[in-house]
Structures are given as structure tokens and as C-alpha cells.
Design a protein around this ligand. Structure first.
Ligand code: C2O
Ligand code: CU
Ligand code: CU
Length: 462
């Protein structure tokens, strides 16, 4: 543990940076106008069935005007097409693998059957040239996303991810709705995607200098003056914590990982750890305003990051608003367990240095196997971060609530599938294995940490 701590300090002044080996990052042109992420075509005329084809393939990805990199996308796109469904719909996704390596799709945040979760414990990866049919219903409305669960650090860095929106017709209405996937890309001096790996990247998690909003570097978005929009924001980055600001202007937070929260919350910034989602109500703005969509400096245990500008919002001519007033109460979310419930287990997230390099562990073991849980047995887990850096803890297949952080009650029953674990802290979560037996997993959503062992599988047994 001590060695690990010392290393974190060392990494803040990377010797590679001192030697100037990283070189200056390539400067890409910013400010190109951007349309919205395309919606996946529904091949089934039945209004309660969404049938989509996703072809994972190598793509020439134009990250900025005139700047093309060799990426990976779904149906030729980065991000992949947004899958849209209504709560309760049946969803069929036919995955075709045209990559030169195996892949799967994981439906991050969706409460699907274990066999549809896309993890290696439940399905063989789809080999190049192969295909797989995913089929499930979507029981919850909210902002979700999809991504591979095979060689994910490389595949997601290359652009394999997309949004999955489940609409509830009863949700409050706004003038418009948009998806913002905020990512960053690490380019080499030639302007190509730098190959994954290396000691520091595994230790810290991979961050790049090229900010991406829906797969484009620093685009310009436009919005009509006088209107309010629902922004569904996703953090698909490998490691970056996004302390999101919309030009310092106040917005209302209305949703978390698991759909609407209980009541709108006014704020001028919100933190998205890797894999987090947040739904915001943004606006109204005045004509002629220009607002930066940016991440403010944040210290995730490796020193303060720099501001990252993801894009610019330009406010155009006014349009009459048709948005209704934001209700004071959005939803009632009962607590799954009370604060006094003793924890069923402790989970220790840790790291260490070995001769092979940095290794991450759950309960003392890389890629651990955790004890099973029984359907119907509400779980209270103390998740202990033993390291001096933050880790986003992610549970597959079930929502949890964050009861307390270092014994301090959060008072916030919002449904989550990921939570930030501050350094050397204990986060108490409660969740219910309400059904869907099978093999599941939890892991750090810094992709390099997960691949270096900070993950565990466990069974939900009937
Ligand atoms: Cu987005 Cu295993 O997770
Ligand atoms: Cu997941
Ligand atoms: Cu981690």
C-alpha cells in the first residue's frame, strides 16, 4: 500500500513528460457545427418492439474537420447510433462483428437477464465474422448506454459506445432533448490514436488531450433563445472525471444513472465519474449568448486536472417555448435499506505493485470471485477504497442506493449503477437482487483498472 501511494505522487511528474517524450499534442480544428447523434433505425413496425442491427466495424473516424483517425464504430458511426425505446418495450439487437477481434455488447445500467448482459461469464465473445442476438425488455426509463465487454479499454477508446435512451411518455416535456457523450482521446504526434497500454496508463487510467462531444472535437451546438432542453449526459471516458459546467450557468439536475431523481436539484456543476449519467434541464438563454460546455479542474488523486472544453453552445433566435413548468416532485424512490442495517459484506478495492507492474484487486485478488447472493436478499455492502486515488465502482444489472460515505448519510435515494469511491473511504450501498439469477459482476469503471484486476464476478442464486 505504501509503495502504491509513493507511486501516485511520482506519476504526477511523469518522467516521460520531463524528458519531453510525449511531444506536443496535435492541434485539431474546433468549432465545426454538429447535428445530433443519429438514432438507430427500428426494423420492426410493432410499436412495442425495437429491432436494431449493430455492426461493429473499423471506421475512418473524422474527429475534427479534415482529421481522420482509424477507429471502431457501430454502423460506421462514433458514437454508435442512439437506441431509443419506451419503457416496457421489447428490444432486439442483432450484433454483427466485422472487427478483427472478438467483441460483445454490455447494456450499461439496463436491468436485463444475466444471459443478455454481454459479459464473458455469461456468453462467449462474438468472434470476427460472427453474430449474436440480444433480446430483452427495458423495465426502466432513463439514460443508459452500451459498450463492449471484451478488450474494452482498446475498443471503447477507439469509439465503440453509444447511448441507449428509454423514454417514459409521462416524463416532463421540454423544447428539445439531446444526448451528450463526453469523451477524450489520446492521439500520438502523428495524430493517430495512441496504442493502449504502458505502466502509467494502467496505473492512472487513460486520459487524452483531445476532448470529444459525441465523437467530434469541440463542436458548436445551437439552441433557440427562450427554450429549455433536457440534456442526457454520458461519461464514456476510460478514466476522466468530468466536473461538468455549462458556462457556470445554473441548471436543474433531474436524472441519475437509474432515471429520474426525486426532485429537481439546482446546481452550477455536477460530477460525472466514468460511466455516470446525469439528466439536466438547461436554459433558457438569451439570443447571442455563447456558453462553454466544459469540465472544471478536478483532483481524482493525481493532482488537479486542467479545464477541458467539450464544445460551445451558441444561442440563436428565440422560439416560443412549449416546455411545461418543471414539477417540484419527479418521483418517489423508497429506500431499499435503512442506515442502521448492518453491512452484509465489505468489499476491498486495492492496488499493489508487482514485478509484472501494477495490479488491482478486489478483496486481495485480481479478478476475484465474490460470494453469491440470493434472490430477494437485500444487500448492504461497504465498499472500501484502500487506495489514494478515486475509483468509480460499478455494479452490473441492478441499481443501488448510496446510504452513506464514511458514515455520513447521503440522504439521497437516487438509483445508481456507479458511484465514485473517494480515496481511502468507505461507501455504503444497498441493493436488491430482485430476480434474474445468473453470473454478474462489479468493477472499477476506469477501464485500465478493471482490466488490471479491479473486478469481481458473483452469482445471484434463486
Ligand atoms: Cu459499463 Cu462492466 O460496464
Ligand atoms: Cu455495466
Ligand atoms: Cu479504479
Amino acid at each position: 500500500m505504501r509503495a502504491f501511494h509513493a507511486l501516485a505522487a511520482l506519476v504526477a511528474v511523469s518522467p516521460l513528460a520531463l524528458l519531453g517524450l510525449r511531444g506536443a499534442p496535435v492541434q485539431l480544428e474546433a468549432g465545426a457545427p454538429m447535428g445530433d447523434a443519429p438514432v438507430a433505425q427500428d426494423l420492426d413496425p410493432d410499436p412495442d418492439v425495437v429491432h436494431v442491427r449493430l455492426k461493429a466495424e473499423h471506421v475512418s473516424w473524422e474527429v475534427a474537420p479534415g482529421h481522420v483517425v482509424e477507429g471502431m464504430g457501430y454502423n460506421g458511426l462514433v458514437p454508435g447510433p442512439t437506441i431509443e425505446a419506451r419503457v416496457g418495450d421489447r428490444v432486439i439487437v442483432e450484433l454483427e462483428n466485422a472487427l478483427d477481434q472478438p467483441t460483445t455488447i454490455h447494456w450499461h445500467g439496463l436491468r436485463v437477464p444475466a444471459a443478455m448482459d454481454g459479459t464473458p461469464a455469461m456468453m462467449d465473445p462474438v468472434l470476427p465474422g460472427g453474430s449474436f442476438r440480444y433480446e430483452f425488455t427495458v423495465p426502466d426509463a432513463g439514460t443508459f448506454w452500451y459498450h463492449p465487454h471484451a478488450n474494452e479499454a482498446e475498443q471503447m477508446e477507439h469509439g465503440l459506445y453509444g447511448a441507449f435512451i428509454v423514454h417514459d411518455p409521462a416524463d416532463p416535456r421540454f423544447d428539445a432533448e439531446r444526448v451528450l457523450m463526453l469523451d477524450d482521446l489520446k492521439l500520438d504526434r502523428q495524430g493517430s490514436i495512441e496504442p493502449n497500454g504502458g505502466f502509467f496508463e494502467i496505473h492512472d487510467g487513460r486520459e487524452g488531450d483531445t476532448a470529444l462531444l459525441n465523437g467530434r472535437h469541440s463542436p458548436t451546438l445551437t439552441m433557440a433563445a427562450g427554450t429549455t432542453e433536457r440534456w442526457r449526459v454520458v461519461n464514456p471516458s476510460s478514466a476522466r472525471y468530468i466536473r461538468l459546467s455549462v458556462g457556470g450557468r445554473p441548471f436543474s439536475i433531474i436524472g441519475s444513472d437509474g432515471g429520474l431523481i426525486e426532485a429537481p436539484q439546482r446546481a452550477t456543476e455536477v460530477l460525472l465519474a466514468p460511466s455516470d449519467r446525469v439528466d439536466l434541464v438547461v436554459g433558457p438563454f438569451a439570443e447571442g449568448e455563447t456558453v462553454a460546455i466544459e469540465a472544471l479542474p478536478y483532483d481524482r488523486g493525481l493532482g488537479l486536472s486542467e479545464t477541458v472544453v467539450y464544445g460551445t453552445l451558441e444561442v440563436g433566435a428565440a422560439r416560443p417555448s412549449v416546455a411545461g413548468p418543471l414539477p417540484e416532485k419527479l418521483r418517489e424512490i423508497p429506500w431499499m435499506a435503512d442506515l442502521e442495517t448492518p453491512a452484509d459484506r465489505e468489499i476491498h478495492m486495492a492496488g499493489r505493485l508487482t514485478v509484472r507492474g501494477v495490479e488491482f484487486m478486489v478483496d486481495g485478488e485480481p479478478d476475484a470471485l465474490a460470494a453469491p447472493v440470493r434472490v430477494g436478499d437485500t444487500q448492504v455492502w461497504d465498499v472500501v477504497n484502500e487506495t489514494p486515488i478515486h475509483h468509480p465502482f460499478h455494479l452490473h444489472g441492478y441499481f443501488f442506493q448510496v446510504l452513506s460515505i464514511d458514515g455520513q448519510p447521503t440522504g439521497d435515494p437516487s438509483l445508481q449503477d456507479s458511484v465514485d469511491l473517494p480515496p481511502e473511504s468507505t461507501v455504503r450501498v444497498a441493493w436488491s437482487p430482485e430476480g434474474r439469477p445468473g453470473s454478474w459482476m462489479f468493477h472499477c469503471h476506469i477501464l485500465e483498472h478493471a482490466e488490471a484486476g479491479m473486478m469481481a464476478g458473483f452469482d445471484v442464486i434463486p
